[in-house]
Ligand binder design. Sequence first.
Ligand code: SAH
Length: 251
Amino acid sequence: MVSFIGAGPGDPELLTIRGKKIIDRADVIIYAGSLVNPQVLADVKEGAVIYNSATMNLDEVIQVMKDAEAAGLKVARVHTGDPAIYGAHREQMDRLDELGIEYEIVPGVSSFLATAAVLKKEYTLPGVSQTVILTRMEGRTPMPPKEKLLDLAQHNATMIIFLSVGMLEEMSQILRQAYRPETPAAVVYKATWEDQKIVYGDLTNIAERVRAAGIKKTALTVVGDFLGNEYELSKLYDKTFTTEFRKGVAE
Ligand code: SAH
């Protein structure tokens, strides 16, 4: 059995209880060493074999899983955040399907949710944005033709950009063509890690501020008026509004 585990954004306390139990009982652990906090592996059992997938290709990862399975060992495949977001997760599951190896997935706290938490913000403010776009800039992985940043930006929705902080200059230049230039933006480096950094600005100055802070990777860029202070109060907690669970009072 292979267990894919979302290790969360960094702070080892943000690993799920189920994920922790599986990691601590696993015989073989394959973790994404470039981003998973090694403290997540602090209580692995004695004799557990640990592989860092940063230096392995897909064939090598699958081979380790296959050998472990043949020996009746339990494998924990530990991904950063949640494996469903830029996790290169599907290709592993498909190979396991072909091999007839069973697997399960334990979700994790994605870095985009940890980012909202450390910013103390809500992505979906009434009257501001009710849509969240998770995307990236084109790098070595090309963007599908209908998902160019400029096209996505037309909605002026809350936008969260992964894997792209090294291209912030170009990113803000594109975003300024669709959002107001003074739309607030923030960059969160290593959310929930001890060396976390937050840089605030808007689309005219965020790139320069992030450069000055020396941030080049492991950061998310978030853009939108959800970072501002104007919004409508929710209907959910509006005292004059009747919901399924609560009767509204007359004003
Ligand atoms: N599966 C992961 C994302 C993997 S892609 C998740 O759910 O979070 C790797 C990118 O995620 C990084 O380049 C960075 O943009 C972002 N990232 C991962 N961990 C982060 C953290 N703790 N703080 C900020 N960004 C992070």
